[in-house]
Design a protein around this ligand. Sequence first.
Ligand code: DGT
Ligand code: CA
Ligand code: CA
Ligand code: ZN
Length: 584
Amino acid sequence: MNNDQIAKSLEQLADLLEFAGSNPFRLRAYRNGARVIRDLPQSVASLIESESDLTKLDGIGKGVAEKCHELVASGRLSQMDEILETVPKTVLDLLNVPGLGPKKAATLYNELNIENLDMLKAACEANQVQTLPKFGAKTEQTILDGIAIAAASNERILWATADKLVTRLREHMVGCKAIERLEFAGSYRRGKETVGDLDLLVDSTDAETVMDHFGEFPEISSVIARGETKMSVRLEDEFQVDLRVVPAESFGAALQYFTGSKDHNVQVRGRAKKKGLRINEWGVFKTEENGQPIENTDQQPSIAGKTEQDVYASLGLPWFEPELREARREFELAETDSLTPLIQREDMQGDLHMHTVATDGKNTIEEMAAAAKERGLKYIAITDHSKRVTMANGLNSDRLLAQWKAIDDFNAGSNDDFVVLKGIECDILENGDMDLPDKVLAQGDWIIASLHYGQKQPRDQITDRILGAIANPHVCMIAHPTGRLINKREPYDVDMDAVFQAAAEHGKFLELNANPRRLDLHDAHLAAAKQLGIPIVINTDAHKVAGLDDIRFGIKQARRGGLAAADVANTRSWSEMKSLIGKR
Ligand code: DGT
Ligand code: CA
Ligand code: CA
Ligand code: ZN
């Protein structure tokens, strides 16, 4: 069992126990343990194998350590199995509905026998849910609205989660000598924020050996189908992986075909047809010769197929970055020769959103600065929470000014060009005011505004709050502008057109928050912002040193929005960037 699987089991156990009405103190230990294990650099299984004492790890107590031992030894938790004798596992899906905690879910199960999302939907539609104590018509509607997001989280995993699985699969497949080349195609390769299944493509002349080896991947729970060159498996967490083995001369055609998207490929096929060509996963074939149709096109030799470049070139098209293949603007850009190189991680010079131990972060200013420097950055902004965010021990004016003094001292004492900027993630209060006074904000270098409370307010109110912050002369950027959490929480009801317009008018920046659960703004918003010339800032919102590496998720999303380095403000030096703030 890997760390993610152990963490997930612990979380499920906590959810089931809470559902069953158990002591919340105990549950917190499991949930904290799960978080620690997910972030652990070493594998729990190998620590156990080398007889290390798990309780020496921060945040892991005796109870959690015992569960880890049980999971690694048997792959199961007997306590969970016991609960699942009386409660169906599908009740866990109910907990994915935003606003539906274990207590409410238990009420639904006990009073209405609701066991899964379909039953929940039916009960809401029959207005049975609103009759329960503490529910009401409004709650019922909220639940009904949230069922779709809960269903999606069952079917699609975060790109970052898929990426970890890809790493483990690659490690496993490397051991197979029959493989010449291996690529993951599909939505994973296109960098889509969530992935429905993985499409693994292998260049080999020995499909049997490749499939045998693939079948030994330890996370597989069942083989769905196995043919001569195709195999589909289900993993223990229900996730599906499709394997296809193709010969070298078709590898490019297959990679192009299985990378998709479907809409992109519809366009590609259309273009082929117009040129008297037929394209499929085996290659590109002529269907006409001198204006005359050719019979048995399958028997024709393919004119391209070894590489994707050849395939596109045979249709008179340039090679497209996978992130662009969504049938949005890529063909139009290709026709006018305006495909520009997309942004890369190496383009980034600064990270302008991160937290420290002063609020809910795990590292100090010095540690964050050293880690950013190690990663090749030239500047960072420290942007802890403001006081309204009590949960995170947000800063009041006095604490903030003291932190800024410490930052001045840090910069004065440093002997290189790296700069730490005096920042704050200032809350936009429910009434639209900024959480800290202007005279304080005026003393900082980089003021972020963001909204953490009153997220359910009506559209006009939320929009006005954000527009008000954009108009504040001290504010530089709006962080995570829509507030969505992928598969967990819908965006706020906000008029994004108005936000774009205001940002353009006041010369303010909008964030692309690189946290893989946020990726906010999303790809289509980024494309819209680019068209309007609004500078995007890609930030990690790191709460610890390792969080700085999340930048790559932001880069992926930015590429899907078609952004070049020039579209992203923090690819510039801080002095260049500063001169852009407030410029219309
Ligand atoms: P996903 O898995 O839902 O996140 O999205 P994709 O894009 O990975 O979709 P998937 O796994 O169904 O198929 C991978 C690619 O293979 C898809 O983007 C295009 C291609 N493909 C699959 N099935 C078909 C099909 O029936 N017709 C066409 N034209 N292409 C297909
Ligand atoms: Ca797929
Ligand atoms: Ca697939
Ligand atoms: Zn933040």
